[in-house]
Design a protein around this ligand. Structure first.
Ligand code: SF4
Length: 331
């Protein structure tokens, strides 16, 4: 959901730390438990929320083998890097990517967090172990800025423990979620981005849930930001993955997603709004070709927003890390 670009350090998986289960045991255990407990079967579990659904099923069983509630299902810890998206774009940060999502967006660039393909890489880690990994990657220093990403980190009530621990050392904590679930620790996140998904994702926004989340935050004096990814249908998406240059997209073809973004902006006019030109070529191996393609899409999005007088206060952003590092994972 939320990515950045890696500088220097490689992707670090949690299995080399000693605080969690071995990779594979945890992931397979989750799936096995989900299959055993869920009478609808694993296929249904995937349908209702991919790996996230399975995790909920497994945790809610409260069997002796279920992970303790303080532990977090972690897929990646990496950085330092720059945040490539949203309200903190360009900020030097560390990333913690959690497993599981209640959505299955058609253009998800982190599908491995919920489609089961990386289930063997999940480790259930105590907050102290996550901090230890972050410090290892930060030259032994307490990290100045950490981004919690997914999947949807808002599936995890226990994440508040990690947030508090990080902040106790002065870390600024950022987090992005689609705004489908509330967690009380939302009130403690320093930089919270709500990113409802537009029609091109295939997902349907629960406006009631989103409105409740924004209202609770604002009542508590916490202002989040809103970010909508805008995709272009037709030429760009159809050509994705074949490695060939797409035909130019029709100007204005992003209308459906952009109208959705306008509805978000209209419902929450007091919340800072960010638009992001989406990446429709997740299989493109050539970073330079991808950059050229994304730059053209970004320019068209800028043109569309500038031409629409209803957009009065908005920031239009590229996906910075995709421009820099292409489709590389762990950046
Ligand atoms: S909300 Fe959508 S884009 Fe974000 S991680 Fe879930 S499926 Fe992927």
């Amino acid at each position: 959901m939320f990515s950045g670009g890696m500088i220097g350090s490689g992707t670090v998986y949690a299995e080399r730390q000693d605080g969690g289960h071995k990779a594979g045991e945890a992931g397979q255990g989750i799936v096995d438990e989900a299959v055993r407990q869920d009478p609808r079967g694993i296929g249904e579990a995937r349908r209702i929320g991919g790996m996230g659904g399975m995790m909920h099923t497994a945790e809610s069983s409260m069997s002796p083998a279920a992970p303790r509630r303080t532990r977090i299902p972690v897929l990646e810890v990496f950085g330092p890097t720059v945040q490539g998206e949203g309200m903190v774009i360009g900020v030097k940060t560390m990333f913690v990517r959690t497993a599981g999502c209640d959505y299955s967006c058609s253009w998800c660039d982190s599908a491995f967090t919920w489609d089961g393909s990386a289930k063997d890489d999940i480790e259930w880690l105590e907050p102290e172990t996550v901090l230890e990994q972050l410090r290892d990657l930060s030259g032994g220093e307490w990290p100045g800025h950490v981004t919690l990403s997914g999947g949807n980190p808002a599936l995890l009530p226990q994440l508040g423990g990690l947030i508090s621990l990080l902040q106790s050392g002065g870390t600024v904590v950022a987090l992005e979620t689609q705004g489908s679930r509330w967690q009380d620790w939302f009130l403690n996140v320093d930089e919270l981005t709500l990113s409802p998904k537009p029609p091109s994702s295939g997902m349907k926004t629960d406006w009631t849930a989103l409105e409740r989340i924004v209202a609770r935050l604002m009542e508590a004096g916490r202002t989040p930001s809103l970010k909508v990814v805008v995709m272009e249908p037709a030429g760009g998406r159809e050509a994705a993955g074949d490695g060939k240059k797409a035909e130019p997209d029709e100007p204005g073809s992003a209308d459906e997603d952009l109208e959705f973004a306008m509805e978000v902006h209209s419902r929450f006019p007091a919340v800072p709004m960010f638009l992001q030109a989406g990446n429709d070529r997740l299989e493109e191996p050539d970073a330079a070709a991808l950059r050229e393609h994304l730059a053209a899409r970004y320019e068209r999005l800028v043109d569309s927003v500038m031409a629409d007088a209803r957009w009065r206060r908005v920031r239009v952003l590229p996906q910075l890390h995709a421009w820099l590092w292409g489709n590389k994972r762990g950046v």
